[in-house]
Design a protein around this ligand. Structure first.
Ligand code: ADP
Ligand code: MG
Length: 755
């Protein structure tokens, strides 16, 4: 008898060599093997008669091999095979099919699958069909008739599962069929269900054993359409289970974070007055709502773990600063971490500008500072003299000690996934462990060092009864600049509460986006010139994605010279790229901001953070080379003022099909969420975040794009379970589910501890 935990090596037909191939596919146990699902099913219960085939349909045909042969044409060898049913014939051909030369023998039964069409003579054919040889007509020593073989075959007379082959085709679909069938035949009869009965009933889940059997060998009555779209009861059960235990871990994590001691920030009049002082405009309804969510988290005695999502330009910065004000007015320090140095600098400039009326001490901690200066800044931070510390992730995480850290704002830009964040938070939790003296009373407004006062909290005398207390954990606000499709947010950020800034500040006219081929660049430059004459500014962006790409950078610099000397002679043209030293970059940016530069020629370094409302045109050269999210981010630099803005996507040369879809999407919509959804579809979750290390959990059976609905369901049910026992769900069931979840997380996600 095989158990789910049994190593796949002990399955009959799997030796050490084969198990190595399987391991490369992530198949180590019987459980893994049974979760290797067919990617497609063929209806060989009701295969189509050749006579009834219609051009254009996808069909499975079972027929007998009649003739076959290789034809050489001038361009390539074509292999042809004719299969027949009685008098009906079906032609099949494979381009470059020399490898098929000795495959077929007259009299064999074959299953063929593919798209039906008609050849020039009007005969039915399938080009490049997938095929499987069902019965050898004359095997040595065999006295079985073909009919007998077919009768007890796994390959016909039923709905047949089709698997992806493995080991460079050595382990075929047919091989998997047999091995999985044998495994199911020898599997223990009862598999305990780790999902609580109440959840099972509400969702309508079938038992695990039955699901595993039916997903591979569907009942003859099962709908082929449901099978192909992974929506049979068996699929639902397996997909739900996988997502449920992911969400259960995330929900538990969320709960546990709330069980920790946090800081109860107070929202008194001083805080309100400080916030009012900095607001240069009326906040949008969305900004108000989001700030309320954040403030209410901050008031609570447990740590905030919140994600602030909002499209470029939706006004996240001011919300983040408002959160910072709450903390600082309560006598705490704030850390703002950015993914890159240039972005950290941008935040620093905005903070200086926006927070000026408050008199807070704001410091910028970047890698390019001199050692002495860094040390000095660190000392200020440790002594509590700095209220708002802005820097890159790496720098702040490294070895900075805060006197009294209240809020961490992480400007994430998608560099972290959920798994990385767990590790990170664990680390920062370790870092904050300290013996707390009894005195955590808030600063009074006049103790704010901006007014020249030392921080009372730091100067507080040691408690008379020192004791080890759990240090309150700082609040964490994670900001993402690119909208994330909800399904991804639920998995990547499932441990966080989510706030959405889904409304743009008023007075924006939608950006007009056009696609223009390279040849028409003179018209484009004319158009840009008109905007400049009208008093606006422009960006011209070149695809130097990595600043290390020497040739691309050279091309951009060359274009800069050309534009300056030949195209925009009567305007000021500036150049910005990642190889400039930081001071130079800042200077260029500042000049652009002050309108001393009219046209900014740039690489993608302007992608983030830059805010110049007077810039109304962006020309992106070789737009086909950019990713969709990146184009959207770039475009977010314009359309920030009252005047109408234009984004011109220039393309040179041939554009791939996927490139076309990206450009289409850009022209069609300004909605970041729509763009994100499409981007996810085009690239898949793994690539969506640009790196393989994105920390997106990998799934055996679930698919984030296809299974959004099931994910939502799983999340709801997981939350219900974590909430505790009810009449329908006993404590034992919950304990069992959590134990199973932990084991599963350990197996799937390695080191990450949950619970
Ligand atoms: P992002 O979400 O991309 O960080 P910003 O915070 O940079 O967006 O805001 C974009 C622009 O909109 C800035 O110029 C900012 O000053 C402005 N802005 C933000 N909120 C409002 C508002 N409620 N009314 C008017 N302008 C606003
Ligand atoms: Mg709090």
């Amino acid at each position: 008898m095989l158990d789910l935990a049994t190593s796949v090596q002990f399955v009959k037909g799997v030796g050490p060599r084969v198990s190595e191939v399987l391991a490369a596919k992530g198949i180590n146990t019987v459980d893994d093997l049974l979760h290797y699902l067919p990617f497609r099913y063929e209806d060989r219960l009701n295969p189509r008669g050749i006579a009834e085939l219609r051009p254009g349909e996808m069909a499975t045909v079972i027929a007998e091999v009649r003739t076959s042969g290789l034809f050489r044409t001038r361009r390539m060898p074509i292999f042809q095979m004719t299969a027949g049913q009685g008098r009906a014939r079906l032609k099949c051909m494979w381009f470059n099919g020399a490898y098929l030369k000795d495959r077929f023998k007259p009299g064999q039964m074959v299953a063929l699958y593919g798209k039906v069409d008609v050849d020039r003579k009007g005969e039915m054919q399938i080009v490049q069909p997938q095929f499987e040889i069902l019965g050898e007509a004359t095997e040595e020593g065999s006295t079985d008739t073909t009919e007998q073989k077919l009768a007890n075959s796994l390959e016909v007379g039923r709905i047949v599962p089709i698997y992806e082959s493995a080991g460079q085709g050595k382990l075929t679909s047919r091989w998997f069929r047999r091995i999985i069938r044998a495994t199911l035949d020898n599997l223990v009869p009862e598999i305990p269900d780790p999902i609580p009965g109440s959840v099972r009933n509400r969702v309508g889940l079938i038992a695990p054993r039955q699901a595993l059997a039916e997903v591979h060998w569907p009942d003859p009555g099962e709908s082929l359409q449901n099978l192909q779209s992974s929506r049979t009861p068996a699929h639902l059960r397996l997909i739900f289970e996988e997502l449920f235990f992911l969400e259960l871990g995330l929900e538990l994590k969320r709960r546990q974070q709330k069980a920790h001691t946090g800081i109860s920030f107070r929202l008194n009049d001083a805080v309100r007055a400080a916030i009012k002082k900095i607001l240069p405009f009326h906040p949008t309804a969305a900004q108000k709502r989001v700030l309320k969510e954040i403030a209410s988290d901050m008031e609570k005695p447990f740590p905030m773990r919140r994600l602030l999502q909002g499209d470029v330009g939706s006004g996240k910065t001011i919300v983040a600063f408002e959160a910072a004000i709450i903390a600082i007015e309560n006598g705490y320090q704030v850390a703002l971490m950015a993914p890159t140095e240039i972005l950290a600098q941008q935040h620093y400039f905005s903070a200086r500008r926006i927070l000026e009326p408050t008199g807070y001490r704001i410091v910028l901690l970047t890698g390019s500072l001199e050692q002495d200066r860094k040390r000095e800044i660190r000392r200020h931070i440790a002594q509590g003299n700095a209220h708002l510390v802005i820097g890159t992730h790496a720098l702040i995480e490294e070895k900075v000690e805060f006197a009294k850290l209240g809020v961490v704002i992480v400007d994430e830009q998608h560099r972290f996934g959920v798994m990385q964040r767990f590790k990170l938070m664990k680390k920062s939790a370790e870092g904050t462990e300290e013996t707390v003296s009894g005195d955590l009373r808030p600063w009074s407004p006049d103790s704010i060092p901006g007014n020249g006062q030392p921080t009372t909290a730091l100067a507080a005398p040691a408690s008379n009864y020192p004791q080890k207390v759990e240090a309150p954990e700082p609040d964490v606000l994670v900001m993402t600049a690119t909208p994330i499709p909800r399904t991804l947010a639920l998995t990547l950020y499932g441990d966080l509460d989510i706030s959405m800034l889904d409304e743009m500040p008023p007075g924006r006219t939608p950006i007009v986006t056009r696609r223009v081929p390279d040849e028409r660049s003179p018209e484009v430059w004319d158009f840009v010139r008109k905007q400049l004459v009208a008093g606006h500014q422009a960006y011209i962006v070149y695809p130097v994605i990595e600043e290390s790409e020497e040739n691309e950078l050279k091309a951009a610099i060359k274009m800069f010279r050309l534009l300056r000397e030949r195209v925009f002679q009567s305007h000021h043209v500036g150049l910005l790229h990642g190889r400039l030293d930081p001071a130079e970059k800042d200077r260029v940016m500042a000049e652009f901001q002050k309108r001393e530069i009219d046209v900014l020629v740039s690489t993608t370094v302007i992608e983030v953070g830059v805010d110049v409302p007077n810039a109304t045109v962006m020309v992106v050269e070789h737009a086909e080379r950019f990713g969709l999210a990146q184009l959207h981010q770039l475009r977010g630099r314009i359309g920030r003022g009252a005047a109408k803005s234009y984004c011109i996507l220039m393309t040179g040369g041939k554009v791939s099909e996927e490139g076309e879809r990206r450009l289409d999407a850009m022209v069609r919509t300004n909605d970041g969420f729509q763009i994100a959804e499409l981007d996810l579809e085009l690239r898949g979750p793994g690539e969506f975040f640009g790196t393989r290390q994105a920390g997106i959990p990998s799934f055996r059976v679930a698919n984030l794009i296809r299974d959004r609905d099931i994910l939502e369901l799983a999340k709801r049910e997981a939350a219900a379970v974590v909430a505790g026992p009810t009449q329908e769900t006993s404590q034992e069931e919950i304990t069992r589910a959590l134990r199973y979840m932990r084991q599963r997380w350990r197996n799937t996600y390695g080191l990450v501890e949950v619970g």
